[in-house]
Design a protein around this ligand. Structure first.
Ligand code: CMC
Length: 430
């Protein structure tokens, strides 16, 4: 695997020593130093936030943050967004190769045959308050799925893992729309397997039993593209959470529920909702400078939401496609959204500002996805849920990849800085 070594001079158990560590080269990306043997020398590495840590090997997705490049199994995201669709990309992530025409048909057929959810899940839904955040509902319902589908819970079986993948990709939009309809007090709509993946989601969101919803092909395509753009992003916080939960041998539904929980935060998938809140708060172009100043002020916790990324130090390629989709959706619907004008102005000002230039802070995918989703009629609380639907094939592909190879339970160590050993003091003496 390697003929390169990194040498580390360190004090090992009281003696100066030179340790040799293997260095691996991937297809792309920085070389990786294998530090696993360090623990035998009584040493650990320290990397809070995993800034310099490769937690696994993966063949699924590659990001070149400096170039602003995103590849799924080698294919650039721009080409996939232009020429492929969400279910085809889901197949690619799961299998590592694009499907043949027959494989694609079979995959779509299999996914659409799993769109219904068990009736009993609706009873669990009723336990939630009507005003519960749909991410809380989705997390709960996905976790509950592990108590329904006992026929595919053997994680050592590849066919079981495949069935679970199909179920999760197929049922996620159904559960998401159920959560939305429940909040409205409307009956959940039965999935329509004659529609596309994106079209069916729009149908379940907006149709009612008394009034069918005519799905616009342009909007269904835009919905599909939004899912596609979120399909995978290598070892991000939620995917790493899914892998970590999976490494203990936990069942797949609880692993995905853990991923949903990690996605919810505003620094990750919650950013799309936070962008619109921020644009609301800014309210007018004349107030942009004030918010830029706040984002730069280290004493102010305010950050420009939808800006910056741990890996991208150049434009997020998904943001470019999303901006184009946003423009198409607004044109199709004839919407002149003042928030888009504020967003464009904000982007223009930030990209000229030395604070953002020096820190390589560019718009990320969430900067334009919120405005697009809003134009599609998706309520703000559902934005992160849409992200979760899109990310499901990525999560399940990483879980599947991990279980298909040798793996160990994820168990990081720590730099302990607490009190030294001391004796217990009885309550009466404290
Ligand atoms: N606004 C203002 N300053 C920022 C921002 C921002 N959005 N993002 C980073 N910075 C500054 C940060 O204060 C720091 O400055 P300094 O070096 O002077 O201390 C520097 O840039 C580096 O930031 P960091 O917090 O160390 O970077 P990170 O890699 O830990 O965080 C991030 C990445 C995405 C959490 C962060 O950029 C952020 O909070 N962005 C806003 C939230 C957001 O849009 N998240 C969606 C990410 S894309 C969707 C997804 O894949 O989840």
């Amino acid at each position: 695997m390697t003929d390169k070594l990194a040498r580390l001079n360190a004090n090992v158990k009281g003696q100066e020593a030179e340790l040799e560590l293997p260095v691996y080269k991937g297809t792309y990306g920085p070389d990786v130093i294998d530090v696993r043997a360090l623990t035998k020398s009584g040493l650990l590495t320290y990397d809070p936030g995993f800034v310099s840590t490769a937690s696994c090997q993966s063949r699924i997705t590659f990001i070149d943050g400096d170039k602003g490049q995103l590849l799924h199994c080698g294919y650039p995201i721009e080409q996939l967004a232009e020429q492929s669709d969400f279910l085809e990309v889901s197949y690619l992530l799961l299998h590592g190769e694009l499907p043949s025409a027959r494989e694609k048909d079979n995959f779509i057929h299999a996914v659409t045959r799993h769109t219904l959810v068990h009736e009993q899940l609706a009873e669990i839904l009723k336990g939630f308050y009507r005003d519960a955040h749909p991410m809380a509902v989705l997390c709960g319902l996905v976790s509950a799925m592990s108590s329904f589908y006992h026929d595919s819970l053997d994680i050592s079986s590849a066919p079981h893992r495949e069935k679970t993948a199909l179920r999760l990709i197929a049922k996620m939009p159904t559960l998401a729309a159920m959560a939305y309809k429940y909040a409205l007090g409307q009956p959940a709509m039965t999935p329509r397997n004659d529609l596309s993946y994106g079209g069916n989601f729009l149908h379940m969101m907006f149709a009612t039993p008394c009034e069918p919803y005519k799905v616009s092909p342009t909007l269904a395509k835009a919905m599909d593209k939004i899912f596609l753009l979120h399909a995978d992003h290598e070892q991000n916080a939620s995917t790493s959470t899914v892998r970590m939960a999976g490494s203990s041998g936990a069942n797949p539904f609880s692993c995905i529920a853990a991923g949903i929980a990690a996605l919810w935060g505003p620094a990750h998938g919650g950013a799309n909702e936070a962008v619109l809140k921020m644009l609301d708060e800014i309210g007018d172009e004349s107030r942009i400078d004030h918010y830029i100043a706040r984002a730069k002020d280290k004493k102010d916790p305010f950050r420009l939401m939808g800006f910056g990324h741990r890996v991208y130090k150049n434009f997020d390629p998904r943001a470019r496609v999303m901006m184009q989709t946003c423009n198409e959706v607004l044109a199709e619907l004839g919407i002149d959204d003042p928030q888009l004008k504020i967003a464009k102005k904000l982007e223009e000002i930030a990209l000229r500002d030395s604070y953002f230039i020096e820190r390589n802070l560019y718009p990320n995918v969430d900067f334009y996805s919120g405005i697009t989703l809003k134009a599609l009629g998706i309520p703000r609380e559902m934005f992160t849920v849409v992200f979760a639907i899109g990310r499901t094939p990525g999560w399940i592909s990483h879980w599947h990849e991990m279980l298909s190879e040798d793996y160990r339970i994820s168990r990081p160590r720590q730099l302990y800085t607490g009190p030294a050993r001391r004796d217990f003091v009885p309550l009466t003496e404290r």
